[in-house]
Design a protein around this ligand. Structure first.
Ligand SMILES: [Zn+2]
Ligand SMILES: [Zn+2]
Length: 552
């Protein structure tokens, strides 16, 4: 057999490969002597096709002499194994409370989160760099010395221990969070009737929105029907904790200035990929709870984090009119009114770009006729351009904080390109977050501008009225509450006999906790392995993190 034949037998497309320089030996070596999945897969398919008549679909119990022998896990066998276990009496019995939360104040948690957050992309989820970290005075982004420089920013070295508190290793924060925080939460009080009341208050007249509403409402109710279980802690510029239910997810973003819970609903699998409902649910949170930053003393288990009034983002579009005008400079030397636009900085030679200048400060106001009350933050004010701080088209503007905004996160105004669309469709928008998002993550948007708007120059500044819109209206609801859900588990006797797996034997077989309130959900009956694991996996995470369990 020549080398090419050996390759061909491995299922490799030899007519598509460019093999000219390799010797026969090289080719034979390339083919190797293992079996590739293309060959094995083909053989298996062939065997299945030939033998399909032997497979009895209706009755799986084929009493055939030629049938392959499969090990049966009989209860007798399981008992056999348990007889080998020794030293059980030496074990100390301890009660395992899986919904424990130790006391901690919200302030303590936020401080720890801030000190262990990621300061440079190169740190990833778990690392802490030893290089010098620099923070931008203008926009607040941080990066290490090696990764920084692009975009330029206006950076200053962060001296830990003197300017800012020393850093904490992320694993320490993870340990603290998982031992302090409940692994299972429920959102009670989300009912159709009650959402309907909120919707009626809006008195929507648009027929399309009326038709869309029931679908959205049902998705929200469905998302909160079952409990949310802890999935992961994500370390990014801010920490966030993710909880999931079959049809939704809860995200706790530990922003040092605005910690908040966001509820996302998931569209059903049967919903078309391009349906409006899917798009809306994927692009915005359906509800949120902005935690009260109650900084007083020791709170009850996560008290400040779970309490407060929930708000729903009712899907109702409001159109606004804004006035955006360039600000003339008082002192041209310290801050020129007009600075080179991104096109001219790039060196584009076309006449319209070559000498293009844009305003370095903008004054934005909301026209009186517009319903400014739908805006969750006051967007009117003075915005400064930070063209050295990145974002698309060097278009990052930051609002100069007013006296009552000192405690709130900074408000940005920038160009946010859409993932797959014509660049002409990319809108400028207002948001408290200017970071880049991964797929599946969403930016909280306060207001979006008409995509036609681009940075203004002295010439086109004469037509400063701009259309803008807000896609949802935040509406408060008193009845909704986030609660710790005690994990109650009763393993059915039938399942016990199935614990022949050594991993399973080490699991606590019954976990229960006294009922704390009438609203406590009933004991969950677990009768299949899949159900058992679906309940146990979040607990396992908790135990592993705490170093208390050894559940495999
Ligand atoms: Zn770095
Ligand atoms: Zn910056």
């Amino acid at each position: 057999m020549v080398g090419l034949e050996a390759l061909s037998l491995q299922g490799l497309p030899i007519d598509e490969l460019l093999l000219t320089r390799e010797t026969e030996d090289n080719l034979a070596d390339l083919a190797g002597n293992a079996m590739s999945s293309t060959v094995v897969g083909t053989c298996m398919m062939a065997a299945l096709i030939l033998g399909k008549d032997m497979l009895d679909v209706d009755d799986a119990k084929v009493e055939d002499e030629d049938a392959m022998e499969v090990d049966k896990t009989t209860s007798a066998k399981a008992e056999d194994i348990s007889a080998h276990i020794q030293g059980e009496k030496q074990l100390v019995k301890k009660s395992l409370d899986l919904s424990t939360t130790t006391n901690c104040s919200l302030l303590e948690l936020l401080t720890l989160a801030e000190r262990s957050a990621r300061l440079c992309e190169c740190e990833g989820r778990r690392g802490v760099t030893t290089r010098v970290i620099r923070r931008c005075v203008d926009c607040g982004s941080t990066s290490c010395e090696k990764c920084g420089g692009r975009p330029e920013h206006n950076t200053q070295e962060l001296r830990f221990g003197t300017d800012v508190p020393p850093r904490v290793h992320p694993s320490e924060f993870e340990k603290f969070f998982t031992s302090t925080f409940p692994m299972c939460l429920t959102l009670s009080g989300v009912k159709k009737s009650q959402l309907e009341k909120l919707w009626e208050k809006l008195s929507v007249e648009d027929d399309d929105e009326e038709a869309f509403w029931p679908k959205w409402r049902n998705a929200v109710v469905e998302a909160t029907n079952s409990e949310f279980r802890f999935v992961e802690l994500k370390r990014q510029e801010v920490w966030s904790a993710v909880y999931r239910s079959p049809m939704g997810s809860l995200e706790l973003a530990l922003h040092p200035k605005q910690p908040e819970w966001r509820l996302f609903a998931r569209a059903k699998d049967s919903e078309p990929a391009n349906s409006d409902l899917r798009k809306v649910l994927e692009s915005t949170a359906v509800a949120r709870l902005i935690c009260k930053r109650d900084t007083s003393g020791v709170a009850k288990p996560g008290a400040g984090l779970l309490e407060g009034q929930w708000e729903f983002a009712l899907p109702h579009r409001t159109d606004l009119k804004l006035t955006i005008a360039g600000v003339e400079s008082e002192d041209e030397e310290t801050r020129p009114a007009l600075v080179p636009s991104w096109e001219s900085k790039l060196g584009l030679q076309a006449d319209e770009f070559k000498e293009r200048r844009v305003y370095s400060q903008l004054r934005i106001s909301v026209d009186e006729d517009s319903e400014a009350c739908v805006l969750e933050r006051d967007i009117a004010g003075l915005y400064t351009l930070f063209d050295r701080c990145g974002t698309a088209n060097s278009g990052l503007h930051k609002k100069e904080p007013t006296a009552d905004e000192v405690d709130l996160p900074p408000l940005y105004f920038f160009l946010d390109p859409l993932r797959c669309a014509d660049p002409m469709e990319d809108p400028y928008l207002f948001s408290i977050s200017k970071i880049r998002y991964e797929f599946g993550e969403t930016r909280p948007i306060i207001c979006t501008l008409d995509p036609k708007w681009r940075q203004i120059t002295a010439v086109d500044g004469k037509h400063p009225t701009v259309d803008a819109h807000v896609l949802s209206v935040w509406s408060k609801s008193k009845e909704v509450a986030l609660q710790v859900c005690p994990i109650l588990l009763r393993v059915s006797p039938a399942l016990k006999g199935d614990f022949s797996n050594p991993l399973m034997r080490r699991m606590p077989l019954s976990l229960s906790r006294p009922r704390t309130s009438p609203s406590t959900p009933p004991l969950q009956d677990v009768s299949t392995r899949a159900q058992f694991w679906s309940v146990m996996s979040p607990l396992r995470t908790k135990l592993d993190r705490n170093g208390r369990g050894g559940l495999g």
